[in-house]
Design a protein around this ligand. Structure first.
Ligand code: SAM
Ligand code: SF4
Length: 325
């Protein structure tokens, strides 16, 4: 499946819920967010139908996300169902890690291959401040369980926000010295009601890298093509790697092969634009399978190029917890 600019689409991120057991400052406003009514969330069978269509159109990689995917009671069944769809070669999940202690084993047995765990700080107080009340220890235990269950290579996602954790990037990078993890530093993006915090707090990858190099010396470049979309490096001699994801300072639209399905069944054509195609409504109305596949394909073809952050046009209708990062 190619879009109008000839970019192949091989990667689908599926948001399973817009709810979460944490409340990160850059992901949702403190109050006033209205969650979807349960009946508006895609059900297991609906997720599998839309994933099957995606696979028939050429998607090979699925990433489960949210909100927090582990708050879905049927998560293990979802993973098992997706793992059985012909054409799907890889299933990964982005999670805050809080529930991995009990779920890592069952998820790995159901067919999950890897996890990205979000962790912005190693300081329990800063963690509680960023997540508005979370417990760092839960995530550290979750990371251990994920490793034991073989959900590797583990990637750790750290969103860097000035005034919260920008001085900790060296400590986070040091996690890779004796662990085969990839620690990825993400520039914070502005969405809807949390745009002001993100705009005031953005730390460019260049600055993050300079802080790390000041501590460990020049980083060894590994993959700078950004296909992932992280550009990766290694601290000389380290067991793991570092990734830099730079949506603000180095937009990666030309290499983007990604679609997103929101928890309410809308195909979102770009993370940073409010352009969506509703797939769940026609599915529930009972449109024939081939017609639904054509709606999916035609929407994917329309994928835009170039996001509008530079023109100060931020996505307004959803914050990250409602999109699925
Ligand atoms: N709850 C899961 C988690 O935290 O990993 C999955 C969903 S979360 C929305 C996915 C990723 O988006 C996380 O790594 C999170 O840190 C990141 N994220 C959330 N809001 C963001 C923002 N404004 N800018 C950049 N990344 C953001
Ligand atoms: Fe929840 Fe993930 Fe958003 Fe934090 S980043 S509030 S853990 S969905």
């Amino acid at each position: 499946m190619l879009d109008q600019y000839g970019r192949p689409i091989r990667d689908l991120r599926i948001s399973l819920t817009d709810r979460c057991n944490l409340r990160c400052v850059y992901c949702m406003p403190e109050e006033g967010i209205s969650f979807l009514p349960r009946e508006d969330l895609m059900r297991l069978d609906e997720i599998l139908t839309l994933t099957r269509i995606a696979a028939e159109l050429g998607v090979v990689k699925i990433r489960l996300t949210g909100g927090e995917p582990t708050v879905r009671p049927d998560l293990v069944d979802i993973v098992r169902g997706i793992a059985q769809i012909p054409g799907i070669q890889d299933i990964a999940m982005t999670t805050n890690g809080v529930r991995l202690r009990t779920l890592a084993g069952p998820l790995a047995r159901a067919g999950l291959r890897r996890v990205n765990v979000s962790l912005d700080t190693l300081n329990p107080e800063v963690f509680a401040r960023i997540t508005r009340g979370g417990r760092l220890q839960d995530v550290l235990e979750g990371l251990r369980a994920a490793e034991e269950a073989g959900l590797v290579p583990i990637k750790v996602n750290a969103v860097v926000v000035r005034g919260f954790n920008h001085e900790e990037v060296v400590d986070l990078a040091a996690l890779t010295l004796n662990r085969a993890w990839e620690v990825r530093f993400i520039e914070v993006m502005p969405f809807g009601e949390v745009a002001d915090l993100a705009l005031a707090g953005v730390v460019r990858s260049e600055e993050i890298m300079a802080r790390i190099e000041a501590a460990f010396g020049p980083l060894e470049p590994l993959d700078l093509s950004g296909g992932d979309p992280a550009r990766t490096y290694r601290i000389p001699g380290a067991a793991g790697t570092l990734g830099f994801i730079s949506p603000i300072s180095d937009p990666f639209c030309s290499r983007c092969g990604r679609l997103r399905l929101t928890a309410d069944g809308k195909l979102r054509l770009c993370l940073l634009r409010d352009d969506e195609e509703d797939l769940l409504t026609p599915l529930r109305r009972g449109v024939p399978y081939d017609e639904l596949r054509e709606i999916f394909r035609a929407a994917a073809y329309r994928r835009p190029f170039g996001h509008a952050l530079a023109e100060r046009m931020y996505p307004q209708h959803r914050v990250m917890i409602q999109i699925g990062g």
